[in-house]
Design a binder for this molecule. Sequence first.
Ligand code: SF4
Ligand code: SF4
Ligand code: SF4
Length: 261
Amino acid sequence: MCAFAAIIPAVTAPASTSDLAERIDALLPQTQCTKCGFAGCRPYADAIASGAAEINQCPPGGQAGIVKLAALMARTPLPLNPANGVERPLTMAVIDEALCIGCTLCIQACPVDAIVGAAKRMHTVLPENCTGCDLCVAPCPMDCIAMVLLRPALPWTQADADAARARFEARRLRLAHEARERDERLEAMAIAKLAEITVRDDLSVREADQKKAAVQAAIERARARRLQTGTLAALPRRTEEDEGAGLAAACPPRASGTEQA
Ligand code: SF4
Ligand code: SF4
Ligand code: SF4
């Protein structure tokens, strides 16, 4: 008989697909590594809740995570799908700072803001924030990021998952704010341009109308981009306190030592 044959009863019946997805997400490790085949833990949770994904696609959660998901879903636990990867000890990214050219591609790839550095300056990983997701390795043009095993090995705890989720959410909000502020700047520049065209006396009426139409179209595009996402349109203005809020998410230190993975 298969070792995973027993069906574990559901803890309680979730009220809706959204509630179920919330509860599934709470069981996922929040590394946001995308190894499940989805853009992050919450999209995978949504897919499980809607029946579009199996419960055995998360390597960081491993077999213990699958058993928890099976219990919640009243399903039979399955072995981890090898197509999604293998269960392995916790690793951490380390940058060979002598080789780093400061291209910032790793910062852009990191879902939890665990890398610091500026353009053309050396970059470094904040060990306490790194989830070991690997996502920074592939984009590095200098091949100077290595994933190393933690020594001694440490478990990925619920506190680690909570901190990773907080960092991921803070980053998502920061990027949304930046996109909105960029669109607002572009729109303000376009409106100023429109006013400038209106008072120019070196343009024929036809030329002025053509330029105004082009600028007006750019303004409409910027407005449409902002309105495309309801959440973005509803974002409150950033304050100086907000700027530091993302980095304030606590994460217990884990990296007592490392070894090449
Ligand atoms: S930890 Fe990675 S594989 Fe697991 S659900 Fe989150 S994104 Fe998917
Ligand atoms: S530093 Fe690299 S491995 Fe660590 S969380 Fe960021 S992207 Fe993932
Ligand atoms: S991707 Fe590589 S080279 Fe570019 S900043 Fe990061 S570590 Fe440095």
